[in-house]
Design a binder for this molecule. Sequence first.
Ligand SMILES: Nc1ncnc2c1ncn2[C@@H]1O[C@H](COP(=O)(O)OP(=O)(O)O)[C@@H](O)[C@H]1O
Ligand SMILES: [Mg+2]
Length: 244
Amino acid sequence: MITLSRVSRSFGAVAALEEIDLSIAEGEFVAVIGRSGCGKSTLLRLIAGLLPATAGTVTVEGTPVTAPRRSIALMQQQPALLPWRTALDNVMLPVEIAKLPRPPHRTRAAELLDAAGLAGFHDRHPYELSGGMQQRVALCRALIQQPRVLLMDEPFSALDALTREDLAAQLQDLHLARPATTVFVTHSIQEAVLLADRVVVLTPRPGRVRKVLDVDIARPRSLGHSAALPAVAECVAHLHDLLA
Ligand SMILES: Nc1ncnc2c1ncn2[C@@H]1O[C@H](COP(=O)(O)OP(=O)(O)O)[C@@H](O)[C@H]1O
Ligand SMILES: [Mg+2]
């Protein structure tokens, strides 16, 4: 579904990513973890078609990515909602930009907001919502066009720990119900082990693939209940060592 072959990206003299080889299967959930500045955001922007590679090729659904596509959604760390639009109208923004028919998408937007725990908040403006609720709206906005590929750049890192856990659990449910191919960048080992089928560990800058770790733990997983499982503890310890 997503293939990177020998992908490098530099900014002037700064090498951000070097010779990344990675293949992600349809419906797979891959977490990317690495230190600040190792090129995680750059990697997502390359896959999203927002940034060209300096060398190598990025292919999504069989064709090289040269520009943003409707089938690829990117969710950033900050929700970046339009303050003058309601939650529902923020979710509708990509539909309006793509000039898709509004009525069916409005119904879908409302369903997504309900599923995200925002029933009763459709008509609120961003300033009336907590950070976690705003990020839920941003997730609905990323999902409104039914993307085949969902790219998430530390989407929960600005939130408090409990809200983060809630959102991660909800993301897992969403993924189990309707698995889009997902690349999820995080600083959190726990989040990676909760969510991912595989974890890609990058080296410090320039980012190279240090290791790809399989997470063979039954789903649904939960931070509370799975933490005590030996397989989870082993995976967490292994990732700590790789990042040390
Ligand atoms: N647009 C840019 N111009 C110049 N340097 C950049 C740009 N984007 C990223 N970089 C540099 O590339 C490296 C990787 O950045 P980034 O992908 O944001 O890392 P991460 O998301 O892992 O923290 C950093 O050294 C950063 O300063
Ligand atoms: Mg980043």
